[in-house]
Structure formats: C-alpha cells, structure tokens
Design a protein around this ligand. Structure first.
Ligand code: ATP
Ligand code: MG
Length: 312
C-alpha cells in the first residue's frame, strides 16, 4: 500500500518537476526572444540616431552651402577679372617685344632701336603694366587662399570623426566654425572673438566644430539686426571654456529644461529641427564636459562649453 503511495507521489512529483522545467524553459525562451527583440530595437534606434545626426549635419550644410557658394563666388569673381587683365596686358607686352625684335632683325642702328624701345615702353605703358601685375598677382593669391580656406573649413565641418581621438586645438575648431558661418553672421551681427591661449586636448575635431557651429548659429538667430555676439576661449579651473554670449531675445524660463531635448524648437517649421543643442550636448559629453546656459528674457543668453583638460 505504502509502496503504491510512494510510487504515485514519485510519479506526481516527477510530472510536476517536468511541468516546472517545461515552464522554466518556456519562460527562458520567451525571455530570450524578448531580449533579442529589445536588442534589435535598440540597435535600430542607434542606427536611426546615427542617421539623424548625419541628416541634421547635412541639413545645416544645405543652409550653409548657399552662403558658402556666395563666399567662394566673391574671390572667384576678382580672380577671374584679374586673370583677364593679366592676359590682356601680356598681349601688349608680347606686341612690344615683337616690335623690338623686328627692329633688331631688320638691322636698324642702335640709336633707332633705342628710340623705338623708349617709344614702345610709353606706347604700351609697360611700366604701369608691370607694377599692376604685382598687385594683381598678390590679390589673386589672396583670393585663392580665401577659397582654399573655405574649402578646408567645409571639409572640417563634414569631417566624419573616424572614432579615434586626435590632438585638437579648440581655437582652430572655433575659427573654422566662425569662418563657415561668416556669410550668415556678417550682415546680421557684430562678432567679437577673444582667443585665449589653450593647450591641445585629445578629442574629435569634427564633433566639436559642429558644437560651435550650432551655438553660434543659435546666437545669430537670436539677435536682432546688428546684435552683439561675444566669443571667448580660455582655460579656467582645469577646463577649457568657450563662452558664446549674445544680446538676443533670451530664453523663456519654462523652456530652459527642454533646451537639450531632441526636437525641442521654438522656431517656425522649416527653420529649426530642434536637434542642434541635443547633438551638441552629446558631443561635449563625449569629451567629458558639459554645456551651461544662462539667459534673461530680452537681455541675452550665454552658453558656456566646458571641456576638461587632459590629465597629462
Ligand atoms: N542663443 C539663444 N538664444 C535664445 N534662444 C535659444 C538660443 N539657443 C537656443 N535657443 C532656444 O533653444 C531651442 C533649441 O535650440 P536647438 O539649437 O537645439 O534647435 P533649433 O535652433 O531650434 O533648431 P536647429 O538647431 O536644429 O536648426 C531653440 O529653438 C531656441 O528656442
Ligand atoms: Mg540651433
């Protein structure tokens, strides 16, 4: 009797255990599957974020491109006109030399050749041409340098940091950002920049460049015609600080906590995507730093980017 009971109990327990194991296995599988799903969603989100950051970059590049085209067009215009003058002048010099050559080949006397030479110098205004050439050449080289600089700045803006840190001079980074925005700011705001002496840090040039482009673009959008934008770089308390101060419309107290949230914007549709500050925040955080804001409505706004100095 007791044996039968034991056997029943044994079988029952075995069944229960099997059920429990089955249940556990089912749950583990479910858990595994939902974990896998989560992982996939997470990866997709990361991909999306990467695309969004790149898209924002391209969108701001689109806005910049129009201005940059104008910036390049200006030096190109005078390089072109200088070159046309150079070619015209060169033709005159060639005519003058041909004339002189013919006199020599024609066996004229030295006096005649001298006379014709002096006349030719006057006629073709050779002295003026030569002195003009020097000015034209200097101006042309300056124009070419300017174009070269614009292209370099554009390159630095679109530069995809390849995941390795390099030595970054924050002042260079700031300078490139200011140059790239020059066309937007120069007719709208008064920019003053005070570059402090900074040590290099190890970081991502492209990302920091984008931070400064975003902050300066915001300041420029916040100020009235002829508004003031003051930019200062300095070392303070173990940090490199870049201060961007504007005397624009300021930020509403209740907007302060949303500033760095993706897609928060007070700008009209089509003007702002609301990604500038959130992207900048992430980029600065990647350098172990932070961005601080102070603002008074109707008075102005100060953004301070702080990046810790390398602990050498
Ligand atoms: N210097 C500033 N002065 C006043 N308001 C500012 C300033 N900088 C940012 N803001 C406010 O913060 C909001 C978010 O800025 P953010 O740069 O993230 O987006 P956005 O400028 O609106 O759009 P995007 O930068 O994507 O073109 C702005 O819409 C604006 O209301
Ligand atoms: Mg912005």
């Amino acid at each position: 009797m007791a044996d039968v009971d034991y056997e029943k109990a044994y079988i029952r327990e075995k069944q229960l255990r099997k059920q429990a194991e089955q249940l556990l296995e089912d749950r583990s599988r479910e858990l595994y599957l939902s974990n896998k799903q989560l992982q996939e969603v997470n990866d997709a989100l990361h991909d999306q974020q990467r695309v969004m950051v790149q898209t924002e970059k391209m969108a701001s590049l689109g806005v910049l491109a129009a201005g940059v085209a104008h910036e390049i067009n200006n030096p190109l215009g005078y390089i072109y006109s200088n070159f046309s003058s150079l070619v015209e002048g060169l033709q005159d010099i060639q005519r003058f030399l041909n004339q002189a050559d013919q006199l020599i080949v024609g066996g004229q006397s030295v006096e005649q050749i001298q006379e014709a030479w002096r006349e030719g110098l006057m006629l073709f205004d050779i002295a003026y041409l030569l002195s003009d050439y020097q000015n034209l050449a200097i101006e042309t080289i300056e124009g070419l340098e300017r174009v070269k600089q614009i292209v370099a700045d554009l390159k630095s803006f679109t530069r995809q940091d390849d995941g390795t840190r390099t030595a970054v001079d924050i002042n260079d980074c700031l300078r490139a950002a200011i140059n790239i925005l020059n066309n937007q700011t120069k007719y709208h705001a008064q920019l003053s920049v005070d570059y402090g002496e900074l040590p290099e840090i190890s970081g991502y040039f492209g990302k920091l460049n984008q931070v400064f482009v975003n902050l300066i673009a915001n300041a420029n959008q916040a100020v009235e015609e002829n508004g003031q934008i003051e930019i200062v770089s300095r070392v303070n308390n173990g940090f490199i600080e870049v201060v961007i101060r504007d005397d624009g419309h300021g930020i509403d107290e209740e907007h302060m906590k949303y500033l760095f949230t993706p897609f928060f914007t007070t700008k009209p549709v089509g003007q702002g995507t609301g990604l500038g500050l959130s992207i900048s925040h992430n980029a600065v955080q990647e350098h172990g730093g932070d961005i601080r804001v102070e603002s008074t409505l109707g008075v102005g706004t100060t953004f301070t980017v702080r990046i810790p100095l390398d602990k050498a």
